[in-house]
Design a protein around this ligand. Structure first.
Ligand SMILES: [Zn+2]
Length: 476
């Protein structure tokens, strides 16, 4: 297997992707290398934290000098690195310019000949909001090319990997169809394509629905790449939805425009008085000093910062997965922008997916807002309490922890057996006072289900005024 899963949290995972040029730990960020532009040399990318790069095989192919050198020395000789390199096929150019001067067969063969570690077919990226008919026709062609790529790829019988793009525009039924068909092709990586116009316009919810739809149908055993997603602000969000690979052209594109990336959003250099970062660049220069530098030098330094900041966030996401605190990280990160909150709330429509992947054993539960109610730990707790065996006909449930009772009430969780008051999740949960009404309502739903299940027993309810009020408000 090309991919192994090491740790899981939410729908995200830390994994290992094996390529001919070495193993990459995921979630991974692939800096985009433009082979025509001498900006940050590929050989320096490891310094920032990169384990894998991505470059465009179409640009190499159509530039005679690059093509000849790549065919002679290989892709890794051309870029002078020995780390894994994924190649794109020219699909992006197809989306931007409407046509490319190459066929699927030629570009897939070319990527294999120059020794790309992950080969991409020339799929058709249908832009967002295209008509269903257009998106379907494009998808039929994309699938044909993917099957052709599978054949060509096999004939090279090397160890390199094949990426299978998933298209369908903003039509979820087509994204689902694309993912189902992709599952029948012998590929190694799934790549969700044509989302850049959505990300550029902050349509994070649309991307969330696409990601969650795709993750609901494809095998969890394969890594998923969110093509064109490179802003550190969205890594935690989409990694939690199951994305394993990101790629960043943003580090360079934003830098050339004096834009500085942070996990909380983009800052304009002209507006920064203090750098909120301790990377080598931000320690060496003040914003004022940087503004006085010549444009090229400035762009290069901002790009370096952008890379440091992006990889720092990738490491933070991996740590959160390892320590099972990814919910907490996402719920903090989404507060950077209202549309991120909105995007995360899409997870509420995919509880089955969440239930299937999120591990049940964790250490802490920090309630950070009503999005915390989506966590499977809440439903699992309520389900578990319903199945607790009772050996008495008379039981006491109290909202006051100072009263002796068989069960206690907690916002979010509802009924908690006295013996579980020190256990995860309810007993390890930190919840603030005056928590949102939704946290009481969720708890009352659990309580009502419990009372219904034990309606033949004598239950003594000791409720303070607040609990009584919610008890009356929540309909049976
Ligand atoms: Zn910095």
């Amino acid at each position: 297997m090309a991919f192994e899963i090491i740790s899981k949290d939410v729908v995200g995972r830390v994994g290992r992707l094996h390529t001919p040029h070495g193993t990459v730990e995921t979630p991974a960020l692939m800096p985009v290398i433009n082979p025509n532009i001498d900006f940050i040399p590929p050989s320096q990318m490891r310094k920032y934290g990169a384990e894998i790069l991505i470059t465009n095989s179409y640009i190499i192919y159509r530039t005679k000098k690059l093509r000849e050198r790549a065919l002679k020395k290989g892709l890794h000789g051309l870029l002078e690195v020995d780390m894994p390199i994924m190649t794109d096929s020219g699909s992006f150019q197809l989306m931007v310019y409407g046509e490319v001067e190459i066929g699927n067969r030629e570009i897939v063969s070319f990527q294999n000949e120059i020794g790309s570690d992950i080969v991409t077919p020339l799929d058709i990226p249908t832009p967002p909001d295209a008509s269903h008919e257009t998106a379907l026709n494009d998808l039929i062609e994309t699938l044909k090319r993917e099957r052709e790529a599978e054949e060509i790829h096999k004939s090279y019988s090397k160890r390199n990997l094949l990426s299978i793009p998933i298209q369908g525009s903003t039509h979820l039924d087509l994204r689902m169809k694309s993912a189902e068909e992709a599952g029948r092709i012998d590929g190694d990586v799934f790549a969700i394509g044509a989302v850049v116009p959505l990300l550029d316009t902050y349509r994070f919810s649309d991307v969330a629905r696409i990601v969650l739809t795709v993750k609901s149908v494809i095998s969890p055993a394969k890594p998923v790449h969110l093509f064109g997603a490179g802003h550190p602000m969205i890594f935690a969000l989409y990694a939690a939805m199951g994305i394993d690979l990101f790629d960043s052209a943003a580090y360079a594109l934003f830098a050339k425009d004096d834009r500085y990336l942070t996990p909380n959003g983009t800052l304009k250099l002209e507006e920064i008085q203090y750098f909120p970062c301790s990377c080598p660049v931000c320690l060496d220069y003040t914003p004022e000093e940087m503004r006085r530098l010549p444009k090229n030098e400035r762009a290069r330094l901002i790009a370096e910062h952008n890379l440091y900041a992006s990889f720092e966030e990738i490491r933070r996401v991996k740590q959160a997965i390892k320590s099972n605190e990814l919910f907490e990280l996402v719920e903090m990160r989404i507060r950077a922008h209202p549309y991120l909150i909105q995007a995360w709330r899409e997870i509420g429509n995919y509880m089955e997916l969440l239930e299937k992947h999120d591990p049940s054993a964790k250490k802490i539960f920090f309630y950070l807002g009503k999005e915390s109610l989506y966590r499977p730990a809440v439903r699992r707790h309520q389900q578990k309490v319903l199945n607790v065996g009772l050996d008495r006909d008379e039981i006491t449930i109290s909202s006051d922890p100072g009263v002796k009772a068989d069960f206690y009430l907690r916002p979010v969780f509802g009924v908690v057996p006295a013996e579980l008051m020190e256990s995860y999740p309810a007993g390890h949960a930190e919840i603030y006072h005056d928590v949102e009404d939704e946290a009481y309502i969720t708890a009352i739903e659990g309580l009502k289900a419990f009372l219904e299940k034990h309606r033949d027993r004598k239950i003594k309810l000791i409720l303070d005024e607040k609990w009584r009020r919610f008890m009356d408000e929540v309909q049976d």
